[in-house]
Design a protein around this ligand. Structure first.
Ligand code: BGC
Length: 741
């Protein structure tokens, strides 16, 4: 018996040794036959090794898409391989290089309804940016990356990063606000963690794609200096944090040339100045030429092969496009494949981890909600005093709103307010998630009488409010790609609804579900305002936690809320001229038509809070503003000029634990032509009741420099920079200076 046991153990050990031997030999053999599979080599080296093996046709197959699923006008022979996604690029099967299976994933994976799958909706990107929290941004990307993989995708089209120059922009909710450091940090961290899930990351829409009106033709006119210090800086910061494999060039023109054939933004800046090694993909239908685009630095056309298919091949054969250019495009695609790990981790479909997605979405929303007004501590709701609540409007009985367009995430079981029997979701439907804040509040406040009124009849709503201890109006503003708002007013008579309800009950709170700023003509009449953004798959629970005080709000605005459109750099978005008609919204112009339509960004780098400060205009709510159920005091600022750090103390002076986002701004030395401060750093500080903490915030030198457009160079002006610290861009309580030699 003993002997048999020993023998069998020996046999096992021998078998294991044989398996190991052959396994290693297989690996060695694979690495000898396919040296690019050696993971010890860098992505650059591996890409170079593959490139050497490719035929010209294989290289050319890497530089264009093969159609878009669910779009009959964008169908090609291989579109069926797109897995229901936005794009597909062939792999090189004989060499073990996988195809790119690409999906939109702005705040969650798109088209899950049409594909019979499930995706988590995170809070909108603008909402997540209001957490000012790189860790939340990372969790956001991590969940989306995991869900992309589980659904069979290895490349994302997330990473919206256009600065909020134009708050009426229909895509504002897809972006991360108005400041380059905040937006770049948030989106960079999203992409870092999304790509870590082995999906190629992407940031978009490069560049100055700051309005939707005339998006296929508009010429964004802006000085090099202004562009470098604002919109481009945000991209540079995100790239340096997230190293996404891809950058999507934009539909619009930038100082004359289309974003996808603009040699200044693509070649001079992205590739040469920033050393970007990944590939540039066109926005869908945003390629306008073959030779010009290829030479300018577009690497991959999407979703079709109109300019980078047979036309590019012919141009190569005729010597009009050098083969070295094709090599460069292909090398960049391969580099991103190795960088993101999609070669070493082949796609394997799985089941989306629904529970985890919901948990993360809820936590991010809890950090993103911004408390804008709270008179006489109307919030949090105290059930010992509040026995009845009137909930009004916003379909709060059934759900919460989401943002539309290519970022749209499909809710489980479809649109919560769609009439039964209505079929598939159109990309511009107003989609409500089945996340009822009314039900979530009922769960939190089981002994409180809660009644609902749809708000359609303002008088009826006011009557309900009058007899309740508290009224909560849910107000919304729908946004989508392919449109801009005519103004920042709430739609659908909601201002009148709020006025009526507040007149009937001064203890009225407004909860906003918006994708951008709104004007608030009723602000002095309501007791509280809570900005919940588009709150995602678990937003109702997060919101209820904030309303009852289980979560102390900590979010701060990532964009300024103006008092009125007349305070904006452009009080009205210039209307489209006749020659651009039909190309402004829902149609793609892939031709060469050049319209005279332009957006003149004369405010230059004065985006958002910088504009209001420079123009001495008081906003409704400033950038960086957000309240809490406790209060914080600041003291003892010192600045270490050589280490470039600010040190100060933050104290929680109230009776609840909370998190304060402490903000650090700097103004350029005297003699500069700037009359605004720049955000240079911040810290989220978690404090128990009464606790003090000493805080150190590094001052990011990238945002202190100025760009000299004539010399194409950055300057770090010598002198004294005023450094101020506080709770928002217009409440900076401490002052010190930073000396640069
Ligand atoms: C949008 C992109 C999107 C692409 C694919 C375009 O219309 O501008 O953001 O990724 O479509 O759906």
């Amino acid at each position: 018996m003993q002997i048999r046991k020993r023998d069998s153990r020996r046999l096992l050990i021998t078998l294991a040794a044989i398996a190991l031997f052959f396994g290693t030999r297989c690996l060695v053999a694979q690495e000898t036959e396919r040296p690019w599979m050696n993971t010890k080599l860098s992505p650059e080296e591996r890409a170079e090794l593959v490139l050497k093996q490719l035929t010209v046709d294989e290289k050319l197959s890497l530089v264009h898409g093969n159609g878009m699923a669910h779009e009959s006008h964008w169908t090609m022979p291989l579109t069926h391989l797109a897995n229901g996604g936005a794009g597909y690029v062939e792999g090189i099967d004989r060499l073990g290089i996988p195809p790119l299976v690409i999906s939109d994933a702005g705040y969650g994976v798109r088209s899950s309804g049409a594909n019979g799958r499930y995706s988590t909706a995170m809070p909108s990107n603008l909402g997540a940016a209001s957490s000012w929290d790189p860790e939340s941004a990372c969790a956001f990307g991590d969940v989306i990356g995991g869900e992309l993989r589980a659904q069979g995708f290895d490349m994302t089209l997330g990473g919206g990063l256009n600065l909020t120059r134009e708050p009426r922009n229909g895509r504002t909710f897809e972006y991360a606000g108005e400041d380059p450091l905040l937006a770049g940090t948030v989106v960079g961290n999203m992409m870092k963690c999304e790509q870590a899930q082995h999906v190629i990351g992407d940031i978009k829409h490069y560049a100055v794609n700051d309005q939707e009106t005339g998006r296929f033709v508009v010429n964004s006119i802006i000085s090099k200096r202004a562009m470098q210090e604002s919109d481009l800086l945000a991209f540079h910061i995100a790239l340096s944090i997230g190293s996404p494999g891809a950058v999507m060039c934009s539909y619009n023109r930038i100082n004359g040339d289309f974003g996808c054939e603009n040699s200044y933004t693509l070649k001079d800046v992205l590739r040469k100045e920033w050393g970007f090694k990944g590939f540039v993909i066109s926005d869908w239908g945003g390629t306008h030429s073959t030779e010009k685009a290829s030479a300018a630095g577009l690497d991959q056309e999407h979703p079709m092969a109109e300019h980078f298919g047979p036309k590019l091949k012919a141009a190569v054969e005729a010597g009009r496009v050098p083969l070295s250019e094709i090599d460069d495009h292909a090398r960049r695609v391969l580099y991103a494949e190795f960088l993101s790990g999609i070669v070493d981790n082949p796609l394997k479909m799985g089941v989306v981890d629904v529970e985890r997605g919901l948990e993360v979405a809820q936590h991010i929303e809890e950090k993103s909600i911004v408390l804008l007004k709270n008179n006489q501590a109307v919030l949090p709701i105290n059930p010992s005093r509040v026995h009845s609540i009137a909930i009004i409007g916003g379909h709060a009985d059934v759900g919460m709103l989401s943002g539309g367009g290519s970022a749209q995430v499909d809710p489980p079981a479809g649109n919560a307010i769609m009439p039964p029997g209505k079929g598939a979701t159109h990309w511009q439907d107003h989609v409500w998630f089945p996340t009822s804040p009314l039900k979530a509040l009922q769960t939190k406040l089981p002994n409180t009488k809660i009644n609902f009124d749809s708000g359609t009849d303002v008088q009826q709503a006011a009557n309900l409010a009058k007899n309740a201890d508290l009224a909560i109006v849910f107000a919304y503003q729908w946004l989508s790609e392919g449109m801009d708002l005519p103004n920042l007013s709430l739609s659908d008579n909601q201002d009148a609804l709020i006025e009526h309800v507040a007149a009937a009950n001064p203890r009225t709170i407004v909860v906003l579900e918006t994708g951008t700023a709104v004007t608030m003509p009723w602000i002095d009449k309501v007791a509280g305002v809570v900005e919940a953004w588009y709150a995602g798959s678990a937003g109702h629970k997060a919101l209820a936690n904030v309303l009852v005080g289980d979560v102390n709000p900590s979010g701060k605005l990532a964009m300024t809320f103006p008092k009125s459109e007349s305070d904006l750099p452009r009080p009205v978005i210039p209307p489209l001229p006749a020659d651009a008609e039909g190309q402004g919204n829902d149609s793609v112009n892939s031709g060469t038509h050049v319209s005279s339509y332009a957006a003149h960004y004369d405010e230059g780098p004065e985006v958002g809070y910088k504009w209001y400060e420079a123009q001495h205009k008081q906003p409704l709510f400033p950038f960086g503003f957000g309240m809490s159920y406790t209060f914080y005091t600041y003291s003892g600022l010192t600045v270490d000029s050589s280490a470039k750090v600010a040190r100060f103390t933050v104290k929680n002076g109230g009776k609840r634990a909370g998190t304060e986002i402490a903000e650090v701004y700097a103004t350029l030395p005297k003699g500069s032509d700037e009359s605004f401060k720049r955000l240079v750093g911040w810290k989220r500080v978690r404090l128990t009741a009464g606790e003090s903490q000493s805080v150190t915030v590094p001052i990011d030198p990238r945002v202190l420099q100025t760009f000299d457009g004539s010399k194409n160079a950055w300057n770090f002006a010598a002198g004294e920079y005023e450094v101020v610290v506080g709770s928002s861009s217009d409440n900076t309580r401490l002052k010190a200076s930073l000396r640069v030699q």
